[in-house]
Design a protein. Structure first.
Length: 214
């Protein structure tokens, strides 16, 4: 009996010791977990705060850059548009001057007579006549001249075309309308095929004889 009591006391002491030891280690582990969790949470807060600062800093910089770029882009676009307009006007003026120079040269020589003689010697080109008549009719419509001038006749040979325009009976512009017509023709793409142009006119009519060869 004393032996069993001693054995029971030893077993009881063993379990009590194990319980105390486990409680001690659990007590030590809990603060460590709390501190670790606090550290991780604090680290996350710092990361979030820093990331937030970075995003806040980038936004004003991007906005400022865009604000500076927009006026510059508008300024460059305006300048380019103005230069393109000036170039277009200068190109038209150059073509008009070239045509006027050709007409001036023709006035001082007998080119018109030479063109007439060559025109009479060439055979007719009906396909080319149709193309030039179509182009000339479209030109009068697009240039708002169809109400003041009408095509009377047109014939094209191999290298020379001859045609006549009649002024509207109610038109009072006289020679002014023919100058306007000449200036507009000089800037028309299809008209550039003619190397020599000659015309004679009065208030009622204007006749052209034009050649693709000089």
């Amino acid at each position: 009996m004393p032996y069993k009591s001693n054995l029971f006391a030893m077993i009881l002491s063993f379990f009590v010791g194990v319980g105390l030891t486990s409680g001690y280690f659990l007590h030590l582990y809990e603060p460590f977990n709390d501190k670790t969790a606090q550290f991780i949470h604090a680290s996350q807060d710092v990361i979030i705060e820093v990331s937030g600062n970075k995003s806040v800093q980038k936004s004003p910089i991007n906005s400022t850059t865009k604000a500076l770029q927009q006026p510059l882009e508008k300024e460059y676009i305006t300048k380019i548009s103005a230069l393109n307009n000036e170039l277009s006007v200068a190109t038209k003026q150059l073509k008009v001057a070239q045509q006027q120079l050709k007409r001036t040269r023709l006035e001082g020589t007998d080119f018109a007579k030479q063109l007439d003689e060559k025109f009479d010697s060439e055979s007719e080109n009906t396909q080319w006549s149709f193309e030039i008549e179509t182009a000339l009719t479209d030109f009068l419509i697009i240039s708002d001249l169809s109400n003041t001038a009408q095509l009377s006749y047109l014939t094209c040979k191999q290298t020379i075309c001859k045609f006549e325009l009649l002024a509207d009976k109610n038109n009072e512009q006289g020679h002014a309308q023919w100058r306007e017509l000449n200036d507009k023709l000089a800037t028309t793409p299809w008209w550039q095929q003619f190397k020599i142009t000659s015309s004679s006119s009065n208030d009622e009519r204007i006749e052209f004889i034009v050649s693709t060869k000089e």
